[in-house]
Each structure stands twice: as C-alpha cells, then as structure tokens.
Design a binder for this molecule. Structure first.
Ligand SMILES: Nc1ncnc2c1ncn2[C@@H]1O[C@H](COP(=O)(O)OP(=O)(O)OP(=O)(O)O)[C@@H](O)[C@H]1O
Ligand SMILES: [Mg+2]
Length: 253
C-alpha cells in the first residue's frame, strides 16, 4: 500500500517540483514503485517529465469525469498523473463539490495498492488543492531555501497541517524539512540551520541531506529530463540519491 507524500510549500520556487521529480526517480532506482502527481496548474512536473500534450489530467480525475486508469501515464521510471494549465478552472469547480477536501483521497484509494510511494507536487499556495493533498497524505516534505523568512513560511504550513490533522487526517506527519539550493559555505545558511535545530518542534525534522546548488538541476528540468538521465554524476544526482536513502531510513517500513 503506497505511502502518500505531499511536497509542499506555499512560497513559490522553493524546489518542490525538482524534489518531486528527482526524489521520485531516485526511489524508483532503489526498486520502489513510484507514482508522481502534478497538482499544480503551472504543470512544471508534467513538462519536466517530457510530457507536453495532455488531455486527461488530475482535474478530470478529481471531478470523476475520468477513472484513474485513464489519466495514468506509465513513463520510464515512474508513473505520472499529469496537470494542465486548465487546472485552475477545476480548482474553482471543485469548490462547489460536497466534501471538496476529500476528492484526491477518494481518487487515489483504488490505485494505492499498485505503488510503494505516491509523491504529490503541490503548487505555491495553500488553497483547496493543497488541502486535498494533505488530506490524502501520510506525510509531507517541505523543501525550502536557507533564507531570512524561512521560518515564517514554515509556521504558516504548520498552522494549516495542524488543522488538517485535527479535523480531517489524524495520521499526517511531517516527514522532513529539506534544504535546497544549499551552499555549505555561506554563514547565513549555517545560521538558518542552527536556528532551526534549536527549535524543539523542528530539530528532529531537518533532513541531514542538503540539495546543493547545481545548475544541472535547472537545465535537466528545462530539457524534460530527470537529473539521473541528464547528468548521472552531477552533485544534484548524488544529493537526491542520498536523500532517497535517508528518506527510506527515516520513513520506510
Ligand atoms: N538545487 C538547485 N540548484 C539550482 N537550481 C535549482 C535547484 N533546485 C531547484 N532549482 C531551480 O529553481 C527553480 C525553482 O525550482 P522548482 O520549480 O523546483 O520550485 P517549485 O517550488 O516547484 O516552484 P513553484 O512554486 O513555482 O512550483 C527552477 O528553475 C529549478 O530548476
Ligand atoms: Mg513547482
């Protein structure tokens, strides 16, 4: 039965899509069956997997217009439920659905037994889609940069997930905080990590693996590839493989 993991941060450009793609691919390289879900109308995950033309997408699945087997795309390493620019219209439409927060959970229930891990790439908001993702998930990963206001963003996410946990999904846990575009050399990133490690709530939640800044990570998604195919001996590939191993150690059965 798949563990469902939300990759979430309401701030834009914090490495959610890059992490979903490359952690997901790394997990498949370790032998796990992986499904990725693009839950963002920007469709960056879909295009970074080289999928450019999409008719059947997550929006239609949520509204029961299609069944999961009609929207699932089996790709080289992982399967994908893609997104489209039209997804924004669907977010408005599902706001009128009864039980609107449970639509993703309901849609994934029948296919959960087919995978070991399902990773959901959330968009940069904490709207209805993000709540759907948290309601369906066992855990969530928060990718972020070691920067000034990181804490404020984190507190906001925790407020929302606490409400989801209390009202809708008691089992959800934070899998970890992941630093991306990380530079070990700057004093500033050291200071941010230190302050996080001094915080009771977060100190056991920071992944030891940090994803270093690597231009090849940026290039690979632009060319519709994961980092392992595009640049197998890059820092990015090394870091995401280490992350997958740490994730399994912490979180696997
Ligand atoms: N470790 C890294 N080194 C260098 N560039 C990176 C790294 N991680 C991500 N990037 C680049 O930073 C940009 C933002 O990353 P990404 O798209 O993964 O963020 P996101 O959180 O999904 O953004 P959005 O909120 O818009 O969905 C992209 O251009 C990506 O290629
Ligand atoms: Mg994204």
């Amino acid at each position: 039965m798949a563990h469902i993991i939300s990759v979430i941060n309401n701030k834009g450009g914090t490495g959610k899509t890059t992490t979903t793609l490359n952690l997901g691919t790394a997990l498949s390289k370790l032998g796990y069956k992986v499904l990725l879900i693009d839950f963002d109308s920007q469709s960056n995950l879909t295009t970074s997997l080289g999928v450019n033309k999409v008719e059947n997408h997550i929006g239609k699945l949520l509204l029961n217009d299609l069944k999961s087997q009609d929207v699932l795309l089996p790709l080289d390493h992982v399967s994908l439920i893609p997104s489209t620019n039209y997804l924004l219209d669907y977010e408005y439409r599902i706001n009128n659905e009864p039980g609107r927060e449970y639509l993703l959970k309901e849609a994934l229930d029948p296919i959960r037994p087919l995978y070991d891990y399902i990773l959901v790439d959330c968009g940069p908001s904490l709207g209805t889609f993000a709540i759907n993702s948290l309601v369906a998930s066992d855990a969530y990963i928060v990718p972020m940069q070691a920067e000034n206001f990181a804490f404020i963003g984190l507190d906001k996410i925790i407020q929302i997930t606490d409400k989801v946990k209390k009202r809708m999904n008691p089992k959800i846990e934070m899998a970890g905080i992941l630093f991306v575009r990380f530079s070990h050399r700057t004093k500033f990133s050291k200071a941010v990590i230190k302050s996080l490690l001094e915080n009771e709530r977060y100190k056991h939640k920071v992944f030891e693996t940090k994803i270093r800044t690597d231009i090849l990570l940026m290039e690979s998604t632009a060319f519709g590839q994961n980092i392992f195919s595009y640049a197998p001996s890059s820092r990015g590939a090394e870091d995401y493989l280490n992350l997958a191993n740490e994730f399994i150690e912490r979180y696997g059965e």
